[in-house]
Design a protein around this ligand. Sequence first.
Ligand code: ATP
Ligand code: MG
Length: 559
Amino acid sequence: MSETPKEEKLDFVRQIVADDIANGKNEGQVQTRFPPEPNGYLHIGHAKSICLNFGIAKQFGGKCNLRFDDTNPEKEDTEFVEAIEEDVRWLGFEWDKKLFASDYFDQLYDWAVQLIKEGKAYVCDLTFEEVREYRAGWNKEGKDSPYRDRTPEENLDLFERMKNGEFKDGEKSLRAKIDNSSPNMNLRDPAMYRIRHAHHHRTGDKWCIYPTYDYTHGQSDSLEGITHSLCTLEFENHRPLYDWYIEALGIHHPQQIEFARLNLSHTVMSKRKLLELVQSGLVSGWDDPRMPTIVGMRRRGFTPEALRNFCDRIGITKFNGLTELPMLELCIRDHLNRTANRAMVVLDPLKVVITNYPEGKSEMRQAINNPEDESAGTREMPFGRELFIERKDFMEEASKKYFGLTVGKEVRFKNAFFVKCNDAIKDDDGNIVELHCTYDPETSGGKAPDGRKVKGTLHWVSAEHAIDAEVRLYDVLFTQEKPENVEEGEDWKDNLNPESLKVLTGCKLEPSLAEAKVGDRFQFERMGYFCMDKDSQPGKPVFNRTVTLKDGFAKKKKK
Ligand code: ATP
Ligand code: MG
């Protein structure tokens, strides 16, 4: 069942898939896979690959597997396997089969034996450094290993003894016999197996030799009947090797297709670097809301819909570029504008006393939950004699362009009344501590019966009913667009933004937010989109700012 409208232009990968189906290649079947290594949490770059692989399967009536590429025992862990599964599901995708490359270790071993017997692989005694020297640089011709001409019998014996643990790490390796003069370094007798006496998160201590990524990946694709093996551009140079193994073994031949990876501005995306941030305590964990990880973005308040929409918009090409953060922000604003209920929250409170409002009285005002979605309904919020407004919504001396309160001026308090400021009360140090105002009960509908106009509309919270909260404001994690681009001797971590997190306490929430649950998302009117954080305690809510209401970057750029 095809979901693509006919007129829609397909990206180049989808075009290949569509053409293959039309030509009856692979009997018209489509089988893809998403192949993470379980050595860290997924980030937004992985989301691009997930949306592509699962998206193609869905669009063309095919299937997509989740395969863990777990050939590096030291770095991998079941914790990451579980987190990855959760992230893929959260993004809205379900795999056909869940598979592990480590399940193919026996088959991969048998295939290695087959290649040895056919004289296409040999056991080499060169050390890692010696191999590097022999293979030489891409602009020089490589040299053959002195062990290259071992007989299949000798190789079989040595390979078995490698497996049986007779040798130490690095003492021997199994290499494919290809071409040491190839301009493609990947074809200069690449390693197939290395000795590593290490515990594997799934196979335990069964193996002390582990297949390399290149030797494992294509054969795993082949075993699973993958038709289109989609990977990022760095693997373009590996494709001849991918094809070589599959042809040498004479097995099902998936087509490897490379696309440009996602690079996002003001962040880093390599799992190694993200791990470094976590381990050095520079962020609070993989799910720190400033991290580009799926768990971090989820905690920050991003929605799966917004991330999928983002992946759609950036598209699939062969050109490596840099995607700017505002594109991502646009997607989340767009979704939350349609789906998040509004609430009134004062982040930096200044007390307002309505001097002509009776003491001890309060009244309920109606508020629309989401002007973009009638079905979201309305709620009540109390109005009373003492209120809070945003400190920056009052100025002692203001120009005509200022829409907030000043002494002598009248503004609208949203969903309530016109309010006029008569006096600003200061403490001994000259700080404004309280405003004395009067309200006009005739303006209950947001209009004055005499037709007088006000310019500004402010949000407010009843002081008596407000809930105290902590609010965390986030800015970009790195000050540089490409934080990894550093001179030699410099540390990319020096590009961290020291002001990426600002914690506000004593913020005032409207009382309806007492019902909010961890993960709930709101638009705090005039302040941005916010999401309730897991650090919240009963009676002590914590909110994360997902994104501001306006595109701060665009504004800065225009200047
Ligand atoms: P990292 O360098 O962050 O460790 P990786 O490529 O080694 O990333 P894998 O777990 O091997 O991480 O990746 C799983 C899949 O996700 C691969 O197919 C990979 O090409 C893809 N992928 C990883 N990073 C990106 C990215 N930035 N953009 C698009 N696809 C990506
Ligand atoms: Mg990898």
